[in-house]
Design a protein around this ligand. Structure first.
Ligand code: ACO
Length: 275
């Protein structure tokens, strides 16, 4: 199925000091998400979840695109007459793009280096954090070619973007740049493309300095609690705080309290405790 020149793998993984740079690798097709990328991303994410070389996962794209969305030829037209393959493929895609990514046990950062359209919004929103190049171009282009933002794109956008902006881009399909993406809450910040990788590396280092057990619980608890009532969330979060303390091999909470209250060698308002 894979139509790559030179048998290049559809997804590249490079390890660098705890960061796993995961790169969608079909630059000649603007990293449009085809079956090759879908099945490869699923496998990559399963592998990285238990790989100690990955402490932070960064998702990005090769060349001048993050991803031009779903591959119209291979993902849509290619399965129009093959309902069995479509069920399998669409499920596998939902699996990596949000079911796994939203509750991934490692911190995740989307590094949006260029074009980002349609279906690419789902993994973008599902990553915990996102940094874009100011030059990157985003668009909910579905309306431009006669479909609606489906998969789970409309739901994902509604999670982060204010209703007026979300409706505007859903209905007009107009493209917008990285600065605008930051203004509307779709990404954390936008930096010049030349500084993008350094900024993401710096952010990854901040995350890697934290207690990983507590960081994992904090991000998953935040996602789940945000969809609960206050009463449910209060009870759930108190159970989660006890769970993370019980599971934490570093005993971070007590170590940090000792450093602050007894030794007076660290201030939690200003830094991370010494691990
Ligand atoms: N699906 C299939 N093929 C694609 C896709 C895609 N989403 N995006 C790009 N390609 C292919 C092109 O067909 C072209 O293939 P070819 O070389 O065999 O002709 C190749 O990638 C390069 O694309 P160009 O259009 O030549 O590149 P350019 O840099 O001029 O434009 C742009 C880039 C703006 C991203 C353009 O390719 C584009 O509009 N792509 C579609 C974006 C989109 O709307 N995606 C779907 C969103 S909806 C959804 O995901 C459900």
């Amino acid at each position: 199925q894979e139509t790559h020149p030179n048998d290049a793998p559809p997804v590249l993984v490079e390890f660098e000091d705890g960061i796993a740079w995961v790169t969608l690798n079909r630059p000649h097709k603007r990293n449009a998400i085809n079956p090759g990328i879908v099945y490869s991303m699923l496998k990559t994410m399963e592998d990285l979840e238990t790989d100690d070389r990955c402490k932070v996962l960064v998702l990005t794209g090769a060349g001048d695109a993050f991803s031009a969305g779903m591959d119209l030829r291979e993902y849509f037209r290619g399965t129009d007459n093959n309902p069995k393959e479509r069920v399998k493929l669409f499920r596998a895609n939902g699996q990596w793009q949000w079911r796994m990514l939203r509750h991934y046990s490692k911190p995740t950062i989307a590094m949006v280096n260029g074009w980002c359209f349609g279906g690419a919004f789902t993994p973008l929103v599902s990553c915990d954090l996102a940094i874009a190049a100011e030059e990157a171009q985003f668009g909910l282009s579905e309306i431009n070619w006669g479909i609606i933002p489906a998969g789970v794109v409309s739901r994902a956008v509604a999670q982060l973007v204010r209703e007026r902006e979300a409706m505007y881009y859903v209905m007009t399909g107009e493209k917008f740049d990285g600065k605008r993406a930051a203004q509307i809450g779709l990404v954390n910040e936008a930096v010049p493309l030349a500084q993008l990788r350094d900024r993401v590396r710096e952010l990854a280092k901040v995350l890697m300095a934290k207690n990983p057990t507590v960081l994992r619980t904090a991000k998953i608890a935040h996602r789940i609690a945000s969809e609960m009532t206050w009463e449910q969330a209060a009870d759930y979060l108190m159970a989660k705080v006890d769970q993370s303390t019980f599971q934490d091999p570093e005993n971070g909470r007590n170590t940090a309290m000792g450093q602050f209250l007894d030794e007076k060698t660290f201030k939690p308002g200003l830094e991370t405790y010494r691990r």
